[in-house]
Design a protein around this ligand. Sequence first.
Ligand code: TYM
Length: 338
Amino acid sequence: MSSLDNSKPNLLSGMQPSASSLHLGNYLGALVNWVAMQKDFNAFYCIVDLHAITVPQDPFELRANTRRTAAQYIAAGIDPAHSALFIQSQVPAHAQLAWVLNCITGFGEASRMTQFKDKSQKAGAESASVGLFTYPILQAADILLYQPKAVPVGEDQRQHLELTRDLAERFNTRFGETFVMPQAHILKETAKIYDLQVPTAKMSKSAADPKGLINIMDDNSSITKKIKSAVTDTDGVIKADAVNKPGVTNLLGIYSAITGESVLSLEDRFAGAGYGVLKTELAEVVIAAIGPIRDRANELMSEETELDRLLALGADKANAVAEATLAKVYERVGFIKR
Ligand code: TYM
């Protein structure tokens, strides 16, 4: 994307560089869609380091994780020559628009965000930062700067997308038509990948037990070990039933998401086989899908100068669009142009 293709709608999404690896939930819930959608959209893919520092980060690790995240995006198939792949802190308009949006967000409205409630409970109410509280408003700024039609995310982001739409509508009503209404793009089948040890909880980097999540950067033997020790149940029947058999249901869902084979067909094919057989095959399927991404990401990580060059290119593309939106916003709210 040398410049925007006006015949295509815009798209934006982002992930936090807050771990040394993305996990299978990030990959199946979001990244796979990002890759598929980049051809039909002017796509903006952001590494949200400003969001990452809403909880404490080691500066050395943050820099490394930011590059690692970029490497995983590219290794999974994001084409930096076509899509804008960039680091949020390299585009100052994100923080600038967030401030304006902070000022039209109700305190009660922000207090109702469930992700803040969950995360602040974990951190302890007293140690949760104000940045964590305003996190969804920065996310709204990320989105609205690029006038995107679609925002491909997992189910856990639905409430933040609703807030973004509310803020866009409020701003448009108060100051005149400025923002395009973004639409969450959530695929039912991969909207929520569950923890392998606690299959009623979503797979998350803050999992209590590291065996619960599969990381893109995991080596093959730890992927196999984690899948083999996934929690199931004792009746031995391979059937999807989210209420009574969440563990097996999750394994079938992951299998189906990766291979495209329907859960019904998997149930048929594995009928009478034990969980061990399902797990062994699933481990092979997962390794075949993410192993090459891990290996390519490791190669890209060793070409740091090239990675930084690609990210700077992405930041230039993103800045051009973001600055234009911010200029419109500043003018609408009554700021004097220098
Ligand atoms: P983050 O980094 O927590 O998650 C990145 C993406 O992965 C999806 N995801 C999942 N999908 C399915 N199953 C899971 N277990 C699972 N875990 C995570 C998330 O839904 C997300 O799509 N707030 C965002 C980051 C962000 C953003 C944005 C996203 C900041 N600004 C603007 C979209 C647009 C987040 O928490 O990402």
